[in-house]
Each structure stands twice: as C-alpha cells, then as structure tokens.
Design a binder for this molecule. Structure first.
Ligand code: NDP
Length: 446
C-alpha cells in the first residue's frame, strides 16, 4: 500500500491511481477467532484490547460489483471496537458466520480473523463494475451502515432493513487498516477543510447523534428543548452538545472531572454537571436503586436551567437509565442507543406512564441521516472532536483508552497517513471555520 501512499501524496490523478498495482496483502488491525476465550472468566475491566488486537498482513478480498477499495489514510476508535476486542457481549465471529451464509459475496467475510473499525477517511483506489457515482481518486469518508439496498425492507429507512449491519463490527474488512472494502453507498465526500484524522473521526458518532436528536426517527429536538446529555464530552455526547446548541436547545452536559467540564464550557454548554464531584449513587447495591439519588440529580438540573429535560440523551444504560426516566419532563423523551454499563435495564415504570414519557430507541443512522450529518461537518457547522491520535500499530492501546474512559471525544488512528495534519484541501475555509473550534478537543487531549 506504500505505492498508493506515494501516489496520493504526489497528487496522482484518479487514472494514475487506478493503474497502481494492488498488493496481495495489506496491514490490518484484527482479532482472531482462536482467541475468543482468552479473557474467559475475567471481569470486563481486566479484558485488555492490547492483548487481543493484532496488527497483521491479510490478503485483499475480492471486490464485488457494488463495492470500492479505499486506501485508508486514517480511522478512529469506536466503542464497538472495544466490544469486539474484549469479545463482549458476544464474539463478533457469529456475525461474520451469519453474513457468510447469505451469498457468495457474504462468504468472503467468514474468516478466522476479523478486521475491525467502523470509521475511515481515505482515497478510492478501485471501484466495482456496478459503481456509478465514485471513481479512483475520490477523497472520501466512510459511514458504517452496511445494507443490501436490493432488499425492499431497506427502502424507507435503511436502518430498518432486515439485513442491516454495522461495517467493521458485523462485517469484516473494517477501517482500522491500510485498505478497506466498502459498499459504494457507504461513501461520502471528505470535508475539504479537515485533515485525514479529523475527517475520519466523525461518521459513526456524529451520524448516530444526528439521528437521536435531529432526524425524524429520533427525539426530534425543537428550539428551546432542555436536553440532558450523559457523557457530554464522549464520542456521542461531543456531537450531541453541538446539535443541541445549533438547534436552539439548552444542553445540560454530564461529565466526570473538571477537565471535561472545562471542554464542555468551551464548546458553549453552560449547564455542566460533574457526576464525579456530585458522587451520585443511583444504585445502593447491585439490585436496588435509590430514588432519592435520582431526585438529587433532578434538583441539580433544575438548579442549572430551571426546568426538567424534555429529552434525555441516554447511552450508559443500566447505571443511569432509572435516573434518566425519572428526571425527564412530563411528556419528555428518553432516547437511547446503547448500554455501556449493562443492558439489563431497570426503571420505575410509574414515572414513565403517569407522566406520559417515551423511551425511544435509536441505532446509527440511515443513508440520508449519515449524509446530512456529514454535510454539516463539511459546512463547518459541526466540528470534529478528535482529542488524541495513535498510529495503526498501537490500535490496541487506543482501544484500551476508550475501554477505560481515559479519553475525551474521539481517538483517531493514522493508517497510511504518516503524520497528522495531512489531507487539508481547503485551508481558506478551514481558517474561516476557525482553527480553535476545529481543534478544541485536540488541544485539550494528550
Ligand atoms: P465514549 O466512551 O467516547 O463516551 C461515553 C461517555 O459516557 C464516557 O466518556 C463517560 O463520560 C460516560 N459514561 C460511561 N459510563 C458511564 C456511567 N456508568 N454513568 C454515566 N456516564 C457514563 O463512548 P461513545 O460515546 O462513543 O459510545 C457510548 C456508547 O454508545 C457505547 O456503548 C457505544 O458502543 C454506543 N454506541 C452506539 C451506537 C449505535 O449506533 N447504537 C453508535 C455509537 C456508540 P463521563 O465519564 O465524562 O461522564
């Protein structure tokens, strides 16, 4: 893949790129099927991605007619790579096996290794015979909605497709590699004012937050809504705060620690709760929740903004869901897309039905939502939240940071890009958006 890097850096045309010979193998971050039991019996926090994620050369898979190869310049860590690397809640090889049974093309994915990663920015180097809108040389970002668009269940909202998958998590050949195999309909134009690693950090979390708050399938926030955002400087939360501010809402951001609180204020979120400082104990033991602690959180929110949240942006799951349902305003919505701290959820149903609240589920984003969310990045209306950058060789270390909540925003990974800061095609627009805004998390990160 070095030849592609040289060609891209020297400004080779699409035609030239299409003539660079493909190597037989490429460098990839992967987990191995024969190691899925390596952490058996250990508590989650001791399962170490640095031990399970390997960097290896793997063969280039065959290209289907509706697919493209992307020379990946940079990628990013998502929590799904943490799940894959600790084999929780299940090893992802089951997903690959199921995909393998679907078709001849699906069978390519069922391998004894899983190349992970659900974000990427790079350059198209080959397209299949049925690809019409993209060509070698196009500079792209990749969204992770992996759908067979010939299936009628995908036609209205592609997230409802019966065979909907997350690329690089439920499919193989993900973005944490020097090359990736994607469906052409996952490609989106790379925002011209961002570097490769800034561009690569957004698609998964940004699109997810867009659907949860802005798109018509989520909580559909309106001007003036108070929105409680858990993990407000995390991957999802860092975009959610920006969507609430852009849409005329009032964010109440929850974080752990003064540094994160400071970032949040700089982002424009005035109402900040440091959950560590407050020391909430929503669970008094493993089986019992403490309503007085929910009430204390509710009071803290009212003290800051004078009202209860119309929307709660929920993803920590078991630890917070009881509180989230309790603090939401009468008629409010709790929109949830995850359960980091446990998926067996408990809340007091009386607070839900008596106050006519709604729990709304959400998952990634359909094509349209992903495209709209990317457009907002490209127009400089939503900023990347990249805080740290690792080389591909240290993907396990990067995933470890996210697993242990040692990061803010997003962690980028340099794949083919040899250093940070490359790939900015429109420095004038970058200056107009503002270097300080684009690099807020990076300046604060390690
Ligand atoms: P991050 O780790 O970047 O951020 C999550 C933040 O949540 C943390 O930084 C932390 O912030 C906060 N948090 C973690 N545990 C708790 C807890 N017990 N109580 C309160 N707050 C907590 O992860 P992401 O934002 O990228 O992802 C969050 C979850 O969403 C993951 O489980 C991920 O798999 C899932 N996800 C789902 C998607 C979907 O499409 N369904 C898409 C993207 C992510 P702090 O310590 O500052 O409070």
């Amino acid at each position: 893949m070095r030849d592609f890097l040289e060609a891209i850096r020297s400004g080779a045309s699409g035609e030239d790129l299409a003539n660079v010979p493909l190597p037989e193998t490429y460098r990839a971050a992967l987990v191995r099927k024969d190691e899925t039991e390596m952490f058996a019996g250990m508590p989650s926090e001791e399962k170490d991605p640095r031990k399970s994620v390997h960097i290896e050369e793997v063969p280039i898979p065959e290209l289907a007619p509706d697919e493209a190869y992307v020379a990946v310049m940079a990628s990013a860590i998502n929590f799904n790579t943490v799940w894959t690397s600790i084999f929780e809640p299940l090893p992802t090889f089951g997903f690959l096996q199921r995909l393998g049974k679907e078709s001849r093309w699906g069978a390519r994915h069922d391998l004894p290794y899983h190349v992970v990663g659900s974000d990427a920015a790079g350059v198209v180097i080959r397209v299949g015979s049925a690809v019409r809108n993209w060509k070698p040389g196009d500079r792209v970002v990749v969204h992770c909605n992996y759908v067979d668009d010939q299936d009628p269940s995908a036609h209205d909202d592609s997230m409802l497709a019966s065979n909907q998958r997350i690329w690089g998590f439920e499919s193989n050949f993900g973005g944490l590699a020097d090359l990736s195999l994607v469906k052409a309909n996952q490609l989106m134009p790379k925002p011209t004012h961002l570097s490769w690693e800034e561009a690569a950090a957004n698609a998964l979390c940004n699109s997810t937050s867009y659907r949860m708050l802005v798109g018509r399938h989520g909580a559909v926030m309106k001007q003036g809504d108070v929105v409680l955002i858990w993990g407000a400087t995390g991957g999802l939360g860092g975009y959610a705060v920006q969507y609430v501010l852009n849409g005329g809402g009032i964010p109440v951001g929850v974080v752990s620690g003064p540094d994160k609180a400071e970032i949040l204020r700089e982002l424009g979120c005035e109402a900040v709760i440091d959950r560590k400082e407050k020391g909430y104990r929503f669970w008094s033991d493993d089986h019992t929740q403490d309503e007085s602690e929910w009430r204390r959180l509710g009071k803290d929110i009212r003290a800051l903004v004078g009202e209860d949240p119309n929307i709660v942006f929920e993803h920590p799951g078991r630890q917070t869901m009881g509180a989230s349902v309790f603090v939401a305003a009468r008629g409010g919505t709790i929109v949830t897309c995850a359960a980091t701290s446990g998926y067996m959820i408990e809340y007091d149903n009386r607070h839900l039905w008596m106050k006519l609240k709604t729990i709304k589920s959400s998952h990634f984003a359909n094509y349209k939502e992903a495209w709209e969310a990317n457009r907002l990045i490209a127009k400089g209306k939503i900023q990347p939240i990249l805080s740290m950058v690792y080389p591909l060789d240290q993907t396990g270390d990067a995933a470890y940071q996210v697993h242990h909540n040692l990061h803010e925003g997003k962690i980028g990974v340099l794949c083919l890009a040899p250093e940070e800061g490359l790939g900015i095609d429109d420095p004038e627009f970058r200056a107009a958006v503002g270097e300080d805004r684009i690099t807020l998390f990076r300046r604060r990160g390690a």
